[in-house]
Design a protein around this ligand. Structure first.
Ligand code: GLN
Length: 271
């Protein structure tokens, strides 16, 4: 997954963090993310500070450009932002890869400290986890074959729609078009492959990820208008205000220093 397009969606990723940053959040003694130890998440939470502890990020590394496999590594915008947040907090950093719909329970049970997975803030999810400040805006986009008779969102009625299981694309489309119209896939890329094979008529998935998939597979295009607009944030265990506040302070600092924009620009190229 090498190519990530282009201008419009890069703009959509405009970061919506608070403008003012406290330089007090700067951390002197940061640890390298490579030196991550296997200390438990529970130990980290027992401490008043996260310095020297390991923060485990739950994600689903099937979601370019936010998290995906590159050789043996898991890379992407969320991985780099979360690593920078952990460094800012003086913590070590580990990534734990799992199904997207396992992330919230991993965070809730303490298997992971936080979830960073292009995760949209929704009222339903807020019942189970707390969210950081948002770090990106996004859209749900519609992918169709180049020769499709689906020209706009209105034409989706009566069509078979592929989605990634448990995502907002799945949740919204099921609500709008009914369960029978929706074909959920464990990975977004499987939905896109099914679209290429003519097994579904359209795929609804996050905009930047849609662009990455379309760039990788011939014969597909995006509809011009978005199906939904949303915001991404990092989730933590409900009530863990200490971690959420630490993440928010670090995000503000990364925004103020330009590091966040730098990370986004590395993965979403305007060309
Ligand atoms: N933004 C979507 C959601 O939160 C999809 C995220 C993902 O597939 N990683 O449901």
């Amino acid at each position: 997954m090498k190519k990530f397009l282009t201008a419009a969606m890069a703009v959509m990723t405009a970061l919506s963090l608070g403008a003012c940053a406290s330089s007090a959040a700067k951390s002197g003694g940061t640890e390298s993310a490579k030196d991550a130890s296997s200390e438990s998440a529970g130990e980290a939470k027992a401490e008043g500070s996260y310095a020297g502890k390991t923060l485990i990020m739950a994600t689903n590394a099937e979601f370019p450009p936010y998290e995906y496999h590159e050789g043996k590594d898991i890379v992407g915008i969320d991985v780099e932002i979360a690593k920078a947040v952990a460094e800012q907090m003086g913590a070590k950093f580990e990534v734990s890869d799992m199904a997207f719909d396992a992330i919230i329970s991993a965070v809730d049970s303490g298997k992971a400290d936080f979830g960073a997975a292009g995760m949209t803030v929704t009222e339903d999810r807020k019942k189970n986890v707390d969210f950081s400040d948002t770090y990106a805006t996004s859209v749900q986009s519609v992918i169709v074959p180049e020769n499709s008779d689906i020209k706009s969102i209105d034409d989706l009625k009566g069509k078979k729609i592929g989605v990634q299981q448990g995502t907002t694309g799945d949740i919204y489309a099921t609500k709008d078009y009914g369960k029978d119209a929706i074909q959920p896939f464990p990975k977004g890329v499987d939905a896109v492959l099914a679209l290429g094979a003519g097994k579904v008529d359209a795929v609804i998935i996050d905009g930047n990820t849609a662009k990455a998939f379309v760039a990788d597979q011939k014969g597909l295009k995006l509809l011009d208008s978005a199906y939904a607009e949303e915001e991404y944030a990092i989730c933590v265990k409900k009530g863990n205000t200490e971690l959420r506040d630490g993440i928010n302070a670090a995000l503000k600092e990364l925004k103020a220093s330009g590091k966040l924009d730098e990370i986004v620009a590395k993965y979403i190229k305007a060309d």
